[in-house]
Design a protein around this ligand. Structure first.
Ligand SMILES: Nc1ncnc2c1ncn2[C@@H]1O[C@H](COP(=O)(O)OP(=O)(O)OP(=O)(O)O)[C@@H](O)[C@H]1O
Length: 585
């Protein structure tokens, strides 16, 4: 079934991944928290000194007051220095964690099967921008704020008990007043944020598919229909965003009101305890000052907790990509020493459907000998490209298996697979950078001479000679414009450099003149002699020069054999051949 949404990790898996991440940075984390704890301890001194001053108000001399003031100032400076240091460390730690998350995300995305990337491009885009961005906010800002706030609350609460346990107990009991409204709001955050993100992914998905298929949209006058669909998706995204945002409107007034209630309760309790002789004026003042000091971190926790929960939802989506990549690549089978030699391709009982109930290929059985040249022909929509995608391991069959050299292609890592089989289709892309950059993707250690040689082989040497900076010419989006025919040549040059055991050419020369295409194919076959070459052929001259021809129709192989034999048999292939000859004569 086509599912445009990648998986989302469960809450349990999200926590486990977060803990694993924190364990990795435990030393830096412990150092940062310890320095911050010292800063909080230093911040306790001024209120305590003030309480001391109030209690000794009748007896204190000028010099005692001066000493207390100097000490308070000293502690304030110490607190500022330690806070600054711990924040700098927290920032650096955040940077390292964000970098790790981004790197991991890119690695996981690159491990996703191409078919998954194509189907979930919108979702992947939202995860790589919005979710990573939110996570960035959480790791760099929310997490340090929340951790530091929790440290502050814990230390201040401990100090309150040391100063006056009665007063402290009474005030701490009042603190949950702040939590009351929050308790009802927080459980709603994760589902609402997940719904918001999913809706945004759908918008991106629809936009991407409209842009990708712009010609079809234009040809069939689908602009209005596409606009309506995107409008509906945007409406859904807006409603979900609004629901997520509306949580804030309830949250902030509730926190402010709760904080004021706690302080009022503290003053009333302080009065009662003073009357009962259980607290001095200085202790009450110190506790109230510390309570005020505590109110800020408590509010911080509550406020950032929402972002934290949003970040949790985003984190679940980020690790979901990792689990999708892992599911797509079960543990790779070890490569036996002789597998390279016997790069035989076998398709065993393959059936495949893009969507449930619409089988595109049925019961395909085929054995392609190492070094054989096989041409796949058939009418449009017969399933030729799909077969190429299955052999290249880009799509997975619902039943049956594809093996190369005896190994199931879907059990190979992407690297192992790329060394075995590569597919070049008519859709080829240039990446931003120079000619060299675009070629060494396939063979990072290729020498300049090898690059020139390979360009000569595909017949792009003349083009290279006319470039202003030769191999160093920028051919990216902002550089020298490259003709689609040359883009195909560069793709074939990359293929030669990559040197896989099995090559699949799916209309790889379709943008060239037929005679030039024929010549190039011949040169390619000579250069790659000994390799298994599977050509999906619309131009039947390719089929005529192949070792064998497989004719596909209605998702089944209906004829298989040598060109001459199939012509002699007078079946579908002979018909196709006759029509093609009539057109090309
Ligand atoms: N991504 C996809 N999602 C759903 N259906 C698809 C997808 N790609 C191809 N199909 C369908 O699968 C069938 C086989 O398509 P395929 O491209 O393999 O045929 P083909 O023989 O290569 O055709 P052509 O010669 O026109 O390229 C067609 O009915 C096509 O509409």
């Amino acid at each position: 079934m086509i599912d445009s949404q990648l998986p989302v990790a469960t809450t349990g898996d999200t926590w486990r991944s977060a803990l694993r991440l924190l364990r990795r940075y435990r030393l830096a984390l412990a150092g940062t928290i310890s320095v911050y704890a010292l800063a909080v301890a230093a911040s306790l001194a001024p209120p305590w000194l003030l309480g001391h001053l109030i209690d000794g108000i009748g007896t204190a001399t000028q010099s005692t007051v001066n000493t207390i003031a100097a000490l308070a100032l000293g502690f304030l400076i110490l607190q500022a220095l330690l806070t600054g240091l711990s924040r700098a460390w927290a920032f650096r730690l955040g940077e390292r964690i964000v970098r790790r998350l981004r790197d991991g995300f890119i690695v996981d995305s690159l491990r996703l099967p191409t078919s998954t990337v194509e189907r979930s491009s919108g979702d992947l885009m939202t995860r790589s921008t919005d979710d990573i961005g939110l996570l960035n906010d959480v790791v760099r800002r929310a997490a340090p704020e929340v951790v530091m706030a929790v440290v502050s609350v814990t230390i201040i609460a401990g100090a309150l008990f040391v100063i006056n346990p009665y007063m402290a107990a009474a005030c701490i009991v009042a603190i949950p007043l702040i939590g009351l409204p929050v308790r009802h709001v927080l459980p709603k955050v994760r589902p609402r944020v997940l719904a918001e993100r999913a809706a945004l992914s759908t918008v991106a998905q629809n936009l991407a598919s409209t842009v990708d298929n712009a010609r079809t949209v234009e040809a069939f006058r689908l602009a209005q229909a596409r606009q309506d669909t995107i409008h509906d998706c945007l409406g859904e995204a807006y409603r979900n965003s609004y629901r997520a945002m509306s949580l804030r409107r309830i949250l902030f007034p509730a926190i402010d009101g709760g904080m004021a209630m706690v302080l009022v309760a503290g003053i009333i309790i302080g009065g009662v305890l003073y009357d009962a002789g259980l607290a001095s004026l200085g202790e009450i003042a110190t506790v109230l000052l510390l309570m005020k000091q505590m109110s800020e971190p408590v509010a911080t926790v509550v406020i950032w907790l929402q972002v934290f929960m949003q970040g949790g939802a985003s984190f679940s989506r980020i690790i979901g990509v990792g689990s999708a990549a892992q599911t797509a690549h079960p543990p790779a089978e070890p490569t036996p020493a002789d597998s390279k030699k016997s790069a035989e391709v076998r398709l065993e009982d393959i059936s495949f459907a893009y969507t449930d109930g619409n089988e595109v290929l049925t019961d395909i059985n085929l054995r392609i000998r190492p070094g054989e040249r096989l041409a796949i022909v058939g009418p449009s929509g017969a399933g030729k490209t799909t077969l190429g995608l299955l052999i290249a391991g880009i799509e997975r069959p619902q039943s049956g298996r594809v093996t190369i050299g005896g190994l199931d292609i879907t059990h190979r890592t992407p690297e192992q697979r790329r060394s075995q089989v590569l597919l070049v289709s008519q859709e080829q892309h240039l990446f931003s950078g120079t000619v060299t950059d675009n070629l060494i993707l396939a063979k990072p250690d290729a020498t300049e001479e090898q690059l020139r040689e390979v360009l000569r082989t595909v017949g792009a040497d003349e083009w290279l000679a006319n470039l202003p900076d030769g191999l160093d010419t920028d051919i990216g989006a902002t550089g020298t414009k490259v003709d689609p025919g040359i883009v195909q040549l560069l793709a074939l040059a990359r293929l030669i450099l990559a040197d896989p055991d099995v090559l699949i050419l799916d209309e790889a020369t379709s943008r060239m003149e037929p005679s030039a295409a024929r010549e190039l194919e011949q040169r390619l076959v000579e250069t790659m002699s000994g390799k298994t070459i599977i050509s999906i052929a619309h131009q039947l001259h390719t089929a005529a020069s192949a070792d064998r021809v497989a004719v596909i129709d209605g998702g089944r192989i209906i004829e298989l054999g040598r060109h001459d034999d199939l012509i002699h048999a007078g079946g579908t292939y002979e018909n196709l051949w006759r029509s093609w000859r009539a057109v090309t004569k």
